[in-house]
Design a protein around this ligand. Structure first.
Ligand code: IPE
Ligand code: IPE
Ligand code: MG
Length: 247
């Protein structure tokens, strides 16, 4: 089916609010071509921009989150880390205008404090310049981990308790959710993972309690708009019970 046909089909049924993507497989994409892993990351960056632009232009859904760097990715070789940071900086410096033109509001989720200063500045600038975007909230999870997210909320709760602003018995699930860094977004309805592995790798934990999953063997640099629509179509065919019995 053509892209236009698929789009029409997907639009005819309820769409998710929040889609999150674990962009995996850059290294294997490069290896299969005899290229250095870094080349896979470069191609992966092009894919992110293409997908974000498509979602924003088509106003497919209002929240898109991509997992770009996990709290465990620090254990990679230094040359790969340096490359990733310079790629992210280049992305922030050169593509914010294009994002803004498409009504994309860029947000960062995670702890940026260990990143190089020039990267943090470039990200802050891109976030500020795109703050008015109305078509899509595009969140890049950077130095993010689901366990860090939950721990951050626990620390915030303890601070509130220490300063007498919150008693332990007042800490409800709703309140705790508000304290999560990831709680600023609606819970993801759908998590897509490329690259063939069927695991979360410490992405959203608390927020993914009722998320639907879509796993594909496609390596991230090869991911297309068409496959995104196929994932949405698959999602639309599922029954979400949220623990209840269907009416
Ligand atoms: C995902 O691709 C990108 C990051 C984690 C930064 P990988 O680099 O993990 O690629 P594979 O899984 O080794 O193929
Ligand atoms: C998941 O990919 C993290 C990101 C895509 C940022 P990894 O390649 O780090 O995951 P594992 O190590 O295979 O579980
Ligand atoms: Mg990987």
């Amino acid at each position: 089916m053509s892209l236009a046909g698929l789009l029409e089909e997907v639009r005819a049924r309820p769409l998710p609010q929040h889609v999150a993507i674990i962009m995996d497989g850059n290294g294997r994409w490069a290896k299969a071509r005899g290229l250095p892993r870094t080349e896979g990351h470069r191609r992966g960056a092009d894919t992110v921009e293409r997908i974000a632009r498509f979602v924003a232009k088509e106003k497919l859904f209002p929240y898109l989150t991509v997992f770009a760097f996990s709290t465990e990715n620090w254990d990679r070789p230094k040359n790969e880390l340096d490359f990733l940071f310079s790629l992210l900086e280049e992305f922030a410096r050169t593509r914010w205008e294009e994002l803004r033109k498409n009504g994309v509001q860029l947000r960062i989720l995670g702890d940026p404090s260990p990143f190089p200063k020039s990267l943090r500045e470039a990200l802050d600038h891109a976030v500020a310049q795109t703050a008015g975007g109305q078509n899509l909230v595009f969140t890049v999870a950077l130095n993010f981990g689901g366990r860090w997210d939950v721990l951050s909320a626990a620390r915030r709760a303890m601070e509130l308790a220490r300063s007498g602003k919150l008693a332990p018995e007042e800490l409800s699930l709703e309140k705790f959710r508000e304290l999560l860094p990831g709680g600023a977004l609606p819970d993801p309805d759908l998590i897509i993972r490329t690259g063939g592995h069927q695991r979360l790798s410490n992405f959203f934990l608390f927020e993914a309690a009722y998320t639907e999953f879509y796993f594909t063997k496609t390596l991230w640099p090869d991911f297309t708009e068409e496959e995104l629509l196929l994932a949405l179509k698959d999602f639309q065919g599922r029954t979400r019970n949220f623990g209840k019995v269907r009416a």
